[in-house]
Design a protein around this ligand. Structure first.
Ligand SMILES: NC(=O)c1ccc[n+]([C@@H]2O[C@H](COP(=O)([O-])OP(=O)(O)OC[C@H]3O[C@@H](n4cnc5c(N)ncnc54)[C@H](O)[C@@H]3O)[C@@H](O)[C@H]2O)c1
Length: 257
């Protein structure tokens, strides 16, 4: 029970349905509940999110789903208010929602650029901004921002994604320094190449995509949702109480090269 009595919000958590390919948020929600946390799963995918939360409850966990687009400030205020009304406080926020956009600089439209900045950089900013007052009331908290190895190094495409994930990395350190005095920790997680609903179209259907990634992973396999969820649990728990402003890279050695 590493997260006993903690109340957590996890965004982009719909893909946590048994028997289906899981995402980081969905896998983390299931793990959080097993470790004793009360979990609010949010996502724009309502049906899948409701199913994921219902399954956690069927397995004896305490979870509920709230529809949320993380780019809406008004909705952030509602989700945090409803969470505190239901569970009494907020201890952990996992800013995980995201989408991809594999374009070179010249292929990237202003609309694609803005959409990447909105869902990643602005989404993380808004969640952090509005979670802090509740964490202050709770006497501290942990904010976990899911960046990527693409927030650390470049690649042949994904221009706006790189820029937005890089923004999350430095935003995290800025917030960590500002709120450390109030025991609010803020860390980023940097997953490498993982097979999830986000990357499944490429890995299942795109010729050579899987091999291209495997060639870049010293440990010799793609990551899965649980590989990343384990790291998120650690950062949410009191085991990481001396860790803030840090980058947890979980990438099978890709960025060690
Ligand atoms: N899979 C990888 O290889 C990989 C690697 C590094 C980082 N990431 C990042 O990890 C995070 C989780 O991705 P995943 O791979 O687990 O896939 P995923 O599809 O399970 O998770 C992304 C979720 O975010 C939701 N979402 C998208 N836009 C949203 C919005 N505006 N508001 C709320 N929810 C929204 C999607 O509906 C989806 O359920 C993302 O931020 C992604 O960029 C993934």
């Amino acid at each position: 029970m590493r997260l006993e009595n903690k109340v957590a919000i996890i965004t982009g958590a719909a893909a946590g349905v048994e028997g289906q390919l899981m995402g980081f948020g969905g896998a983390a929600a299931r793990m959080f509940a097993r470790e004793g946390a009360k979990v609010v799963l949010t996502d724009i995918k309502e049906e899948m999110g409701e199913t994921a939360a219902a399954q956690i409850r069927e397995n004896g966990g305490d979870a509920l789903f709230m529809p949320q687009d993380v780019t809406s400030e008004a909705r952030w205020l509602e989700v945090i208010r409803e969470t505190v009304a239901r569970y009494g406080k907020l201890d952990v926020l996992v800013n995980n929602a995201g989408t991809g956009a594999r374009y070179t600089v010249e292929e990237t439209t202003v609309a694609a650029w803005d959409a990447q900045m909105d869902v990643h950089a602005k989404g993380v900013f808004l969640g952090t901004k509005h979670a802090i007052p509740e964490m202050r009331n709770a006497g501290g908290g942990s904010i976990i921002n899911v960046s990527s190895i693409y927030g650390l190094v470049g690649s042949p495409t994904s221009t706006a994604y790189h820029a937005a994930k890089g923004a999350i990395r430095l935003f995290t350190k800025s917030a960590a320094v500002q709120y450390a005095g109030e025991k609010i920790r803020v860390n980023s997680v940097h997953p490498g190449y993982c097979w999830t609903p986000l990357t499944d179209p490429g890995y299942s259907h795109e010729e050579g995509r899987r091999d291209w990634s495997l060639e870049r992973i010293p440990l010799g396999r793609l990551g899965n949702a649980d590989d990343i969820a384990h790291g998120i649990v650690y950062l949410a728990s009191d085991e990481s109480s001396f860790v803030t402003g840090a980058e947890l890279v979980i990438d099978g050695g890709t960025t060690a090269q």
